[in-house]
Design a protein around this ligand. Structure first.
Ligand SMILES: C[S@@+](CC[C@H](N)C(=O)[O-])C[C@H]1O[C@@H](n2cnc3c(N)ncnc32)[C@H](O)[C@@H]1O
Length: 268
């Protein structure tokens, strides 16, 4: 993902709209036990609410370090949790964890983020490097084996003129189960692994709310390469019209999604 489309408004809007991602994280955590006093690295930590949650799960508590390329989201995380000594936040990307030594963490936690990482193979190798032997990687994100309505609507609208002329840079890549296995094999996760499909429904009260959720979740990346301004507003309106057709009798939109959830162990 490029973070050039992110704004303070999208960053703070995400904190009020990320219940879908928070619940996805709870599913991941139900399969990823956090050891007492663990060191945890939260990749793509956003506003830091999941890092804070993880630190409360055990006694003694975990120390959680969050990284995220969005300066707006890290500013929010740092400000919100300034007085919590268990939490540390840095601007950074999954592909370059060079600020951390080898074998520094018990757990690497990646929720709703890996599909935004441009070089996923490099990121997985970095996750293995910073994990202790026997440490666990937990990942939950959109599955490449399932196409959700938001992907169909985005593709349909961006195929139209004039939007088709603007190439998308940094769009999401949702991993299939086969691709995920290939990356974990290549990255050194030889200590065993389990995968699940988490079937969820994203419910929003109409197209406006659905578009807002997509805007804040994608840090403004819903519109491909269409530049901010009047053209992007037109594109956004065309997507809103497409979502109208998805309304159910009670006016709500319910979008089915499949999340690919993985816990992989670094070999001893
Ligand atoms: C949908 S949000 C998920 C935030 C949080 N993990 C959660 O579940 O609520 C995706 C996050 O991934 C971050 N991100 C995008 N590209 C990244 C990269 N290359 N490395 C790490 N994080 C990235 C974004 O800035 C954004 O905060």
């Amino acid at each position: 993902m490029t973070t050039r489309n992110d704004t303070p408004a999208l960053a703070s809007g995400y904190t009020t709209r990320n219940t879908t991602q928070f619940n996805a994280a709870l599913f991941l955590l139900s399969h990823l036990p956090i050891p007492p006093a663990a060191t945890v690295l939260d990749i793509g930590c956003g506003p830091g609410n999941l890092a804070a949650h993880i630190s409360t799960l055990t006694s003694p508590p975990a120390h959680v370090t969050g990284i995220d390329p969005s300066t707006d989201r890290i500013a929010l995380a740092t400000q919100t949790h300034a007085h919590n000594p268990l939490l540390t936040f840095h601007v950074g990307i999954a592909e370059d964890l060079s600020r951390f030594p080898d074998a520094a963490f018990d757990i690497v936690f990646v929720n709703s983020t890996l599909h935004w990482v441009a070089d996923q193979a490099r990121a997985i190798r970095e996750f293995a490097r910073v994990l202790k032997p026997g440490g666990r990687l937990g990942v939950s994100g959109g599955s490449g084996d399932f196409e959700a309505a938001h992907e169909r609507i985005k593709a349909r609208v961006l195929a139209r003129a004039p939007y088709a002329a603007f190439e998308e840079v940094g769009g999401p890549h949702f991993l299939t189960r086969g691709e995920m296995n290939g990356l974990l094999d290549g990255g050194g996760f030889t200590g065993g692994r389990e995968m699940w499909v988490n079937r969820i429904v994203v419910e929003r009260e109409g197209p406006g709310e659905m578009v807002e959720w997509l805007d804040t979740s994608s840090s403004g990346q819903t519109y491909g390469g269409v530049p901010p301004g009047e053209l992007r507003e037109r594109c956004r309106e065309e997507m809103r019209v497409e979502w109208e057709a998805e309304r159910e009798a009670d006016g709500w939109i319910r979008m089915g999604m499949e999340l690919l959830v993985v816990v992989a162990v670094k070999g001893e």
